[in-house]
Design a protein around this ligand. Structure first.
Ligand SMILES: *Cc1c(COP(=O)(O)O)cnc(C)c1O
Length: 421
């Protein structure tokens, strides 16, 4: 039996309709931006393995640091105990995050980082005896797949089976020049109920890489701050260089109260999430009263091996060569966008940092489930490129180590697909 056949006997894959899906492709090894199958065919990982990989696959430096940590300490309960990698990671991250971030809470994926952020906000008010229980979020937001994270995400085909069980959230439009004053008054009308505002800064990833301007986010954040609404920046996707700066919040002047991280945090090596917060959030839980404790934790909270992967990834991330790569990718994307923006099959093209997005002209059929998506996906796979179109939307967000040659190969195949499909 092949590995794919064995897989289909025992495994249920994420986001996959198992009845109609193609058999999964076995990957044997990875190196740089390439993943290799059993025939040693290279697939260029143009989506960074679901947006997590930033330095390339099986990076030798991260592998070495993880191996060293594994031989020292693989795990320890994080209540009542601590360890060097967790403390060092928190110290080093707080140095590069917005200045008001003061404490780090560990968990193990992006959804849990969001759950923790939401609980911090709701209990922040609860601990002060105030009833602020509503959450503000953007339409089409995506904050994860657990129930709380799903509730603050836009309602869609993906949440339909659970909609009646999701708590009510106030959804507002993305801000722009025309609607910003209207949004501010909407917020002011709701303010006494609102505990917090959660948002993906600059780019709504899962919604189809929808981009919006930092200037209006900044205004909205400033307005929420005036109304004492806590600000949660979900940087699970945008963190660690994706948008061209280390964190998307560097594009705005207001510091969020809480931030969420995961995807790029360990360079795409291990599962890890973290939620950071400003000192006043932390202090709202300090009390002689045990009921004011943040009762949240996961078995693998602050796993030392994951922390060491994150530390190694941070070493690489802070190297000037990485920033040079990020700017190089952004420049390549800009040139490519200029080249194809007037193509009749391109409806829109947009870019933020290392993320470039093309929306294809499809006539009337624009649904996620459109057959165009499946044909494009297969066509790129055949060419040795992993791209996962969201409906008629194709995006590239590569590991930062991708070469110019690999990027231009991908651009070339996209242009060919524009002509053929
Ligand atoms: C992916 C994502 C999450 C959820 O992270 P998981 O690790 O997949 O649970 C949350 N927020 C944003 C913005 C994301 O892109």
């Amino acid at each position: 039996m092949t590995l794919s056949e064995r897989d289909l006997k025992v495994i249920w894959h994420p986001y996959t309709q198992m009845q109609t899906a193609q058999p999964p492709i076995p990957i044997i090894r990875g190196e740089g931006a390439c993943l290799y199958d059993q025939n040693d065919k290279c697939y260029i990982d143009a989506i960074s393995s679901w947006w997590v990989n930033i330095h390339g696959h099986a990076h030798p430096y991260i592998a070495q640091k993880v191996a060293e940590q594994l031989q020292k300490l693989e795990h320890v309960i994080f209540a009542g105990f601590t360890h060097e990698p967790a403390v060092e990671l928190a110290e080093r991250l707080l140095k590069i995050l917005p200045a008001n971030q003061a404490k780090v809470f560990y968990s193990d994926n992006g959804s849990t980082a969001v759950e923790v952020a939401i609980k911090m906000c709701l209990q922040y008010w609860h601990n002060q005896g105030l009833r602020r229980t509503k959450i503000l979020a953007f339409k089409n937001a995506y904050h994860g797949d657990t129930f709380g994270a799903m509730a603050v995400s836009g309602r869609s085909a993906f949440t339909a089976a659970f909609d009646s069980l999701l708590f009510e959230v106030e959804f507002i439009d993305l801000p722009n020049e025309e609607n910003i004053s209207n949004l501010k008054s909407q917020v002011s009308n709701l303010k006494s109920d609102l505990a917090c505002f959660i948002f993906e800064p600059l780019v709504q990833g899962a919604a189809g890489m929808i981009m919006y301007e930092a200037a209006y986010l900044d205004q909205l954040m400033a307005h929420c701050r005036e109304e004492q609404i806590l600000l949660i920046a979900d940087e699970v996707f945008t963190g660690f260089g994706r948008t061209g700066k280390a964190f998307a919040c560097e594009y705005v002047s207001v510091d969020p109260d809480i931030m969420c991280f995961s995807k790029g945090l360990t360079g795409g090596t291990m599962a890890m999430g973290l939620t950071t917060c400003a000192q006043h959030i932390y202090e709202a839980f300090l009390s002689e009263d045990r009921l004011k404790t943040l009762f949240h934790g996961h078995s693998y909270t602050a796993n030392p091996v994951a922390c060491s992967a994150a530390l190694a990834s941070l070493d690489l991330f802070l190297d000037d060569a990485t920033d040079a790569n990020i700017q190089r990718i952004a420049e390549n994307h800009r040139q490519f966008a200029l080249k194809i923006k007037d193509h009749p099959r391109i409806r829109t093209i947009r870019q933020t940092g290392t993320i470039i997005v093309m929306e294809w002209e499809t006539g009337s059929d624009t649904s996620y489930f459109s057959s165009l998506r499946d044909r494009l996906y297969q066509c790129f796979l055949d060419a040795g490129i992993i791209l996962r179109p969201l409906g008629n939307i194709i995006y590239i967000l590569p590991p930062y180590c991708i070469s110019d040659e690999q990027l231009h190969y991908i651009y070339g195949k996209i242009i060919a697909a524009l002509e053929e499909i």
